[in-house]
Design a protein around this ligand. Structure first.
Ligand code: ADP
Ligand code: MG
Ligand code: MG
Length: 944
């Protein structure tokens, strides 16, 4: 008979069956595995057992418990009875249990949990007698009926909450704590009536029936709407299923010597190494998380229950050392005795993720490599997102736009229009494309869709561990909770602090970093990297990892054995300086055409284009030369000692000319009005522009084609590059210019143009009597160039993949048209998994790149290879570039930190394993079957 049920003590059995701890986590779920692990370590955990995810998956297939499960569950209950000395359903000495969901990956609040199972009309009386505490007994019973109704039978919370609120109002109570035993007893009667009326039969008095129904409900909650939406967003597989944990109830609601709480072993918002948690005296489980009552900070527990507090600190300390990560724990104190109910790796903000990883490495708890691997590139992205301008915020306090302050639950700046419920928030964000801030007194799991759609979240109740705070942190949504000065009026759809009223649809600014809320739109600024010392440390470690030798296997001569370098795309010296400060060690793409658009240069450029003779053109170009030289001079100076790749003019010339339609209108207007002054010039210009018209300009006269048709432009550019480089050299700056020819399709093009340009380079060096390193190379952005890379490399000393054009040409898509018209449909229909313009298509475009590199290096082993398309800043594409043997990736300066981390991740993930050079972790099939590499190896062997 298959084992579907594991008592908490049987961790060895579970490990044996599952084969590894990872396997145990799959079998018993994260929560279950944590409970087993804590039990083994001697941490006080109430006795219990876990029904496996395998049972859940059987149940989901057949709608029935698999054979043997129920019998095993009943047998396990007998064991728990023995361990506790209590009996399930026995009024004289009752055992109560909770029935808790728990999947492999924690999905906080997304599935069901039922507490206090085992109470019925007799047991509640027995419990009263045993504890001498009728208030506790009746409170627990009404909670069971309520939870049973809402989670097992999917009734609306309102069904119970409304009568309860009415009852409290009729008594003039504000808080639950004012309710007496008689009050709760009366409410139990009401709840039972409601239950029968809504569900169609009486609340089950058979405690095993309760257990069975609750177990099924937890299994079924795997396919609840909330859970499915959460998994989709987090990329968790729908096949895993949830385990069910049956845990002996311990009671935090037995009086003022009891309580319940949640805590993080370090601050999940800032990462500071200081316990952060909250607790409530005389309360049960959900109360703290729901944020219904305002909880006490954990430090206060030291005064109130010194012994339990000390033990709690010791246990959590041990748990953190054991898991080597920040722990998020749940605990309950029953009459002074501490019980641990859950431990898991805590969700945290981007800021905390970096700080905790760096601190733990410095504490020797984890290695630098582990620290680097723990932080995802998205986290770095989030840290470099805009924040509110500090001075604007302090002004706001003065000029009266300050609205309220609450708890800074999830950092970041959010500006948006307010809406008071999740559906409306989602609608306005998705359909109306508004920036939305969702405002609620507090949030519940049903509100998650609205929160995800919002820029920010604001609540007037709850603390740093409330539902709103936990969810917001998880999704990186700026969030302020517990701004208690705000009076929210859900009926009138407005909120107010004193006389300041903000209505639905009005703008506010929410600063999740400081907890402040402002009226209207507050300006934002990009955060500085220099101030984020932990992130800088982590990135330095990432660079160290990439710089190590033998991080990559070299399949043939010329391949880099270190990891990737990160360069940046920068057109102006100020961009280059930013790129350097963000850690770029080269410029992978400087687009020269931007320089032609500057107002004082454009007329000269147009004159050059319209010139009828080569002399006329050269004359205009001579005027442009000093400008260009100055541009490059600044760039070389900023990049002292590092390579700078300058791309020669790429776009079609018509882009520099006035808009044809507009010009035509002007000419017509002038003709109609009979104005003749300047008309002739405009008419001539119009004729010229018409003459330049192309049907598909992006595939027309541009790139190297234009240079061959009209070489004077690039000749001027090369002269400017080398004159600037020479001048800089004379000033003591180390220059490494690399001239990049765009849009090559055949090596013949390079053969035509490159020697002319090289002659200019040599001439300038001779004129100026200086020498420095330089290269001539090409972009690989036309499939033919990739296919014939072996030939292209005869001329080109470097390749740089222009993956935007390469993707367009390989798919035959025009990006603008594709993204506007059919790309979404293609993704929805599963024809494309992802947008290939954002994440490199490994199987098609990626294979061309792979081929081009191995062919190119066959001809020229020293070939330097990079990527300068947008993909250079995308982590998955960066990983591919590592695999195929790029020397570097180049991306926008703002993405350089992300790319540095992604490069280290790729290096660690694909680190060769020992002497045999086997790849340690092969994730994607594409890595295993690389025909290009095989050929290379074979060729290399044959050459020997
Ligand atoms: P979630 O995964 O949503 O956190 P849990 O299964 O952890 O759900 O349970 C919800 C709440 O009930 C938590 O606060 C937890 O500590 C509490 N709880 C669960 N089981 C017990 C128990 N046996 N005794 C006391 N409190 C419990
Ligand atoms: Mg929990
Ligand atoms: Mg291009």
């Amino acid at each position: 008979m298959k084992k579907w049920v594991y008592p908490f003590g049987e961790v060895a059995e579970a490990e044996k069956y599952a084969g590894s701890w990872e396997g145990v986590r799959s079998l018993l779920g994260g929560k279950g595995a944590g409970l087993f692990d804590m039990t083994r370590a001697g941490v006080p955990v109430p006795p219990g057992f876990t029904v496996t995810t395998e049972a859940c998956n059987e149940f989901r297939k057949t709608g029935k418990f698999p054979a043997g499960q129920w019998e095993q569950q009943v047998a396990a209950m007998k064991k728990v009875e023995k361990a506790t000395g209590k009996k399930f359903g026995d009024p004289k000495n009752p055992l109560l249990v909770s029935c808790r969901s728990g999947a492999k990956f924690s999905m906080p609040g997304m599935m069901n949990t039922v507490l206090n199972i085992g109470l019925n009309d007799q047991v509640v009386e027995g419990l009263t007698g045993l504890t001498g505490n009728p208030r506790f007994a009746w409170d627990s019973y009404r909670r069971l009926i309520e939870m049973f109704g809402t989670t097992v039978f999917n009734l609306d919370d309102e069904v119970f909450e409304h009568p309860m609120a009415e009852y409290k109002a009729s008594k003039g109570y504000k808080l639950d704590t004012e309710m007496t035993a008689e009050d709760w007893q009366a409410l139990v009667g009401t709840f039972k009536d409601i239950f029968k009326q809504q569900v169609g039969f009486d609340f089950p008095q058979d405690v095993y029936k309760q257990l069975e129904l609750a177990t099924k409900a937890v299994f079924e909650s795997w396919n609840g709407k909330r859970a499915i939406a959460y998994r989709k967003k987090e990329g968790i597989s729908d096949d895993l299923g949830t385990a069910v944990n049956i845990v002996t109830m311990v009671f935090g609601n037995m009086g003022d010597d009891s309580g319940t709480g949640v805590a993080f072993t370090r601050n999940p918002s800032t990462g500071d190494k200081k316990m952060m948690g909250e607790y409530l005296l005389n309360a049960q489980g959900e109360d703290v998380v729901a944020g219904i009552r305002n909880a006490e900070p954990i430090v206060n527990l030291e005064k109130e229950m010194p012994r339990a507090y000390k033990q709690f600190m010791q246990i959590t300390n041990r748990l953190e050392k054991h898991y080597k990560d920040l722990q998020d724990v749940e605990f309950t104190i029953e009459r002074g005795k501490l019980w641990m109910l859950q431990t898991r790796n805590g969700k945290r903000t981007a800021k905390a993720a970096v700080k905790v990883a760096v601190d733990m490495a410095n504490e020797g708890l984890i290695t630098k490599e582990q620290a680097v691997l723990r932080v995802t590139p998205e986290v770095v992205d989030a840290l470099l997102h805009p924040q509110f301008d500090e001075s604007a915020m302090s002004d706001a306090e003065k000029n009266g736009t300050f609205f309220a302050k609450g708890v800074n639950a999830s950092p970041g700046a959010a500006v948006g229009q307010i809406y008071f419920d999740a559906d409306k928030a989602e609608h306005m964000a998705k359909e109306e494309k508004q920036d939305v801030i969702m405002v609620r007194p507090f949030t519940k799991p049903d509100d998650v869709h609205g929160m995800i759609a919002s820029q920010g979240v604001l609540t007037s109740e709850g603390g740093a561990t409330s539902h709103a705070a936990v969810v917001a942190r998880q999704f990186g949504i700026p969030c302020v909770v517990g701004a208690s000065a705000i009076k929210i009026d859900l009926e009138r759809r407005q909120m107010a602090v004193g006389g300041t009223v903000i209505k639905e649809g009005d703008w506010i600014s929410v600063d999740g970093t400081t907890g402040r809320v402002f009226v209207g739109k507050m300006p934002t600024i990009a955060p500085s990297l220099e101030e984020q010392t932990e992130l800088l440390t982590l990135l330095t470690w990432a660079d160290e990892i990439c710089a190590r030798k033998n991080m990559r296997e070299a399949p043939a001569k010329g391949y880099p054995t270190r990891g990737l370098q990160v360069w940046a795309n920068a057109d102006y010296p100020k961009d280059a300086r930013r790129a350097r400060s963000y850690g770029a060690v080269g410029i992978g793409l400087c687009r020269t055409e931007h320089m032609f658009f500057e107002p004082e240069r454009l007329p000269i450029v147009q004159r050059m284009i319209l010139a009828e003779t080569s002399e006329g053109r050269t004359e205009a170009l001579n005027e442009l030369l000093p400008y260009q030289r100055k541009d490059f001079d600044g760039l070389f100076e900023a990049m002292d000692g590092y390579p700078v790749i300058i791309r020669l003019i790429d776009p079609p010339l018509h882009e520099f000319m006035p808009d044809e339609e507009k010009l035509l209108e002007e000419v017509i207007t002038m003709r109609v009005k009979g104005e003749s002054n300047g008309l002739k010039e405009k008419e001539d210009l119009l004729v010229a522009i018409k003459g330049m018209h192309e049907s598909n300009p992006m595939m027309g006269m541009r790139g190297v084609r234009l240079s061959i048709y009209m070489p004077e432009i690039v000749e001027m550019q090369v002269r400017a590059i080398f004159e600037a480089a020479a001048d800089c050299t004379l000033r003591g700056i180390v220059v490494k210019p690399e001239v990049m020819i765009p849009l090559t399709g055949t090596v013949k093009e390079l053969e035509w143009i490159q020697p002319r340009l090289e002659r200019i380079a040599a001439a300038v060096m001779q004129e100026k009597k200086v020498k420095f390193e330089y290269k001539f190379g090409t972009m690989i952005e036309i499939p033919r160039a990739a296919v014939t890379a072996a030939e292209v490399a005869e001329r080109a000393q470097f390749f740089s993949f222009g993956t935007n054009d390469l993707t367009q040409m390989t798919y035959g898509y025009s990006r603008d048209d594709a993204e506007r018209n059919f790309l979404i449909t293609y993704q929805e229909q599963g024809i494309l998994e992802r947008n290939p313009f954002q994440t490199l298509d490994r199987t098609g475009v990626g294979k061309l790149m792979d081929w081009a590199i191995s062919e190119g290096r066959k001809t020229r082993p020293s070939l330097e290879v990079g990527i300068c398309g947008e993909h250079g800043g995308d982590p998955s594409s960066i990983e591919w570039c590592h695999i195929i043997g790029n020397n570097y990736v180049s991306c926008s300066p703002f993405r350089v930190p992300i790319a540095r981390l992604a490069a280290a991740h790729a290096a660690l993930k694909h680190r060769p394993n020992g002497k045999n050079g086997k790849v340690a972790v092969v994730k994607k099939k594409a890595v295993a079957k690389r025909p290009a590499k095989k050929t290379t190896k074979a060729t290399a062997a044959r050459k020997k």
